[in-house]
Design a protein around this ligand. Structure first.
Ligand SMILES: [Zn+2]
Length: 134
């Protein structure tokens, strides 16, 4: 039904995966707020977190510390933010549940920088670095 994330999960669209298990994937955001900005995603398509069983929400969020640690390690970020948007008014762009992990850097402040499209070659290199440190 034309879901970008389902296409990435099926392998029909390029995604720079940094983590995968039976029920989840994590990949780099194509429009990062900062270097290493990643999304943790359930493989099954749910639009909002309120569509999920509570235990599946728990499993999804339980992956965040492990993945965030690897992102921080690989990007040398000082901190990170989490965001999880549900619905258009909340600025959810892709209607498939995802958790944003956004690295933050002391020397850049906390303003949300303009999102730019990353080069696939840069993302591929970074994804490999993060994958290897998980
Ligand atoms: Zn989907």
């Amino acid at each position: 039904m034309g879901c970008i994330f389902c296409d990435i999960i099926k392998g029909d669209r390029l995604g720079h995966l940094i983590y995968e298990d039976d029920e989840h994937v994590a990949f780099l955001d194509k429009y990062p707020i900062d270097v290493g900005h990643s999304l943790v995603v359930p493989k099954r398509h749910y639009e909002r977190i309120t569509d999920m069983e509570p235990e599946n929400v728990g499993k999804l969020f339980s992956l965040v510390p492990k993945i965030a640690r690897s992102i921080l390690h690989s990007t040398k970020a000082d901190a990170f933010s989490l965001a999880q948007n549900n619905g258009k008014a909340a600025k959810q762009i892709v209607p498939h549940v995802h958790i944003h992990i956004i690295p933050r850097f002391n020397d850049k402040g906390t303003i949300w920088t303009k999102r730019e499209i990353s080069k696939d070659s840069d993302l591929a290199e970074l994804a490999e670095k993060i994958r290897n440190s998980i």
